[in-house]
Design a binder for this molecule. Sequence first.
Ligand code: SF4
Length: 451
Amino acid sequence: MHLTLIKPNIGRREHSLYVDEGRMEPLPLGILAALTPPDVEVVLYDDRMEPIPYDKPTDLVAITVETFTARRAYEISAAYRDRGVKVVMGGMHAKLIPGEVQQHCDCVIIGDAEPVWAQMIADCKAGRLQPCYKATQPLCPQEGIIARRDIFEGKGYLPISLLQFSRGCSHKCEFCASSVYFGAHHFCRPVDEVLREIASQKRKLLFFVDDNIVCNRAKAKELFRALIPLKLHWVSQGSMDMLQDKELMELMVASGCLGLVIGFESISPQNIANMHKLTNTRAASDMYAREIEELRQWGLQTWAAFTVGHDEDTVESIRATCDFAIRNKFTFAAFNILMPYPNTPLYARLQAENRLLYDGCWWLHEEYRFNYCSIVPKNMTPDELTEISFDCRRRFNSVGSIIKRAMEPRTNMRTPYRFMTYLLYNPLFRKEVFKKQGLHFGLDDEAQRGT
Ligand code: SF4
């Protein structure tokens, strides 16, 4: 049996293949490859940088679907199904809105694939593939499974190995799709399994793609203690409240953490309260002053993630958020427009308030473009929100800002290695900001005709 794994792109720029130069290994597909019995031949195609050979014979195609890639994923699925090939879909979007995904494939997997993947493959082999496999939430995600990284070779991914210690998060921020997916639960792998996975690959730079690696502090400490002797560098995602635990921070730094993506979301305490971001309540009350100073003292390089378009935001307050990010010399920052992911509390609220644009289905809408506003904001027009968020990205990633932010001796200039990382990745992300802005989801018509 031949299994083809596909990572869809967001779309194409004009009539050419858009190549994502900041692409990282698609870890979920490495996990699916590892879950697949050894007698099945597995191949990966990554739509972010290579054409998909639709006519190459295969018995089954598996496509991972995120909300941003749904439109493109459905196009790829249709191209295979037209050729009589069965398609299975799963991923975040399939759990958020399974009814929609089911219309575009032969089989949908709802939830984590681990408990059902082997059965699905066996059923497919026997010619009795079911339309739906629903995974009950495993208590230990990825149990006993080490991702297969051989399928990533030669694809030009950034030289950083992705893996997971935990999945989910116990918080319930109003906009968070991950919180809905995991039912506001947090699941950890046994530390010795994580160590086995680290030993299975050669890189010394790791990205734990956890939703919130410090969600369970006791377990996170156990992991960090075990990482210390390995002398690695790693990055991950974590919530602001980690700074309240000194021992956690000491262990994190000692274990080789370079920095974390931290959801600042907003500099307005009222926005933070409205979105139920309880991890930030104290910090937001004084513009994160104490927390930013502590992050510097720990020597952590921060990727500050902001969401813009909340009800208290104005064009001026969003501009001030960008000034705040530049002034504090964050290593990276994201200014994401508040997006109503399907089935989230935010989606339900905005729908009830009649504030959803694009028929409430921006991810499939013909006219929607990447980084466009898809809601009716309270204090500005949708176009103003689109423009000011792009302006924030443009200003934060300007050459002048990159030079200014580099001059932070405790973080970005702490060591030659840190400085080099800063100088390598900032220009790369700057390029992606301009390339991705306004990208059409899926193929444009002309490109479609050429498929
Ligand atoms: S803290 Fe982060 S991961 Fe957790 S629910 Fe909030 S946004 Fe989601």
